[in-house]
Every structure is written in C-alpha cells, then in structure tokens.
Write a protein that binds this ligand. Structure first.
Ligand code: PGA
Length: 246
C-alpha cells in the first residue's frame, strides 16, 4: 500500500481529485467506484470545479456506488442517491445511464443483491474504487465480522456506524437500521483502490489498517491483500501510527 501524506483537508481533496482525473484521461471509459460519507465531499467539489473549468469530462465514465440505505426513499436527502446527485452528478456531465447504485427500495432485496452482482461482473469490477474507512474499520457498509469473500448483501448496521452517521439526520432514530452494500470480494476485485482518511477520529482505524492483523474483525485489513492500494491521509489520522513506530 502506498501512502500519500497531506497536511489539510483541501490538499487531500485536491490530490484525490487529480488522481481520479488522471485515470479518466488515461481511460475516458473508466469504471469508477464511488463512496459517500463526509470524507470524499471535498474531492467531489474539486471534480466539479475541474469539470467547470473544462479540464475533464465524465461523459463516458461509468460509476458504481458502494452502498445505499435500505428503506430510505431516494428523494430523502440522506439517501446515497441524493448525496451523489447533490455532491457530484447534478453539477457535472455524468450520464444518468452510466450511473449505478444499489436500490435500497427494491421489493425483493435478495434479487437486488443478485442484480448488483451481475452488474459488477459485467463491468469486471471498478477500474478505480474510491473508499472511505469507518471508525470500526468498515469499508462500504461491510461491518466487522463480514467474511472477505462476501458479495453484495444486506447488512444490519453496527450501533457505532448509526451513531457516526446520525450527524447527517435530525435524530438517531431516523438512521436506517439496514443497508445494501457491495461485498468485500467485490471491492477487492477493483483494479485499483484509492482510500481517503482524514482526522483524529480515524487514527485508531489507520493504526489497525497498517499494523493490525489481516482479519474479518477489521474489514479494511482485507485491503492489505490487494496489489494496488493508495491511501491519502493526513497527519492526525496517522497520529497513532507514528506513536507506535517511535
Ligand atoms: P466518513 O465515513 O467519510 O463520513 O468518515 C467513512 C465511512 O464510514 O466509510
């Protein structure tokens, strides 16, 4: 795994956006795996800015999102579909027919998992997958204990994840209890992974990721088995890593 250390959130966002744009220039038909959450918002702002300046087009880029809440209408501002529209798609030239998210409102969620897996197989996984990391080491919504060979599935969200995400809702009771997520195996099938981590509250997760055991209790540790992972990370998120190596 390669580490790119940054000093600020704006630097993280610029580096991540430049990384993505470089890959799109190399392959305008890139299959881009997208993540939601607080961390990539600045990256998406940078992508929008670069698009508006005429430096990049997303017209032929195909997107596959990691996850979606179950049972939250897509019109709800906290659905990941709304997040993606608001933070990226509505302000760029991504084509609706190229955008893919799991449907958290499908009548038959088991069938929806199969549909999403077929789609992932059809595109042969992401060329570049953007990832955040949960404080408990989750990637996508793959919570601790998820087998590494899992494909798209329905998860019961960990209490810690619902608490962490409650900041986006009026009340924690409104945070859905379930989500549909790409599995760890699907994430690992990406050709390349760009993981973004920022801030002190990710320091334990970064420590575990870089120094802990490769184990299902810490889902992000599966990334250590992948051949091409780049982590863009600030000094606060790395603070425990430095302490341990002193
Ligand atoms: P965050 O979420 O970017 O909002 O910290 C990351 C995650 O939970 O995967």
């Amino acid at each position: 795994m390669e580490l790119i250390k940054v000093e600020s959130y704006s630097e993280l966002s610029e580096i991540a956006a430049d990384f993505i744009i470089k890959r799109i220039k190399q392959n305008p038909h890139l299959v881009l795996g997208l993540a939601t959450g607080g961390t990539p918002k600045g990256t998406y702002q940078q992508l929008i800015q670069q698009y508006k300046q005429g430096n990049v087009s997303f017209q032929n880029v195909k997107t596959i999102n990691l996850d979606e809440y179950v049972g939250l209408p897509t019109s709800n501002p906290n659905s990941y579909r709304s997040y993606m529209n608001e933070n990226l798609f509505n302000h760029t030239d991504f084509q609706l027919s190229n955008i893919h998210l799991p449907n958290g409102n499908a009548l038959n969620m088991e069938e929806e998992c199969k549909r999403y897996d077929s789609l992932l197989e059809e595109v042969k996984g992401a060329d570049l997958q953007i990832l955040g990391i949960g404080r408990n080491g989750h990637i996508g919504f793959n919570e601790p204990g998820t087998p590494f060979q899992t494909k798209t599935h329905i998860v019961t969200l960990a209490d810690s994840t619902r608490k962490a995400n409650a900041r986006f809702f009026d009340h924690i009771d409104e945070v859905p209890t379930h989500a549909i997520t790409m599995g760890i195996q699907s994430i690992l099938s990406s050709d390349e992974i760009l993981l973004l981590a920022f801030g002190e509250d990710k320091s334990e997760a970064l420590y575990q990721l870089l120094n802990g055991a490769i184990h299902e209790d810490f889902p992000a540790s599966a990334l250590r088995t992948h051949k091409h992972v780049t982590i863009v990370v600030d000094s606060h998120a790395l603070s425990k890593v430095f302490i341990s190596s002193n």
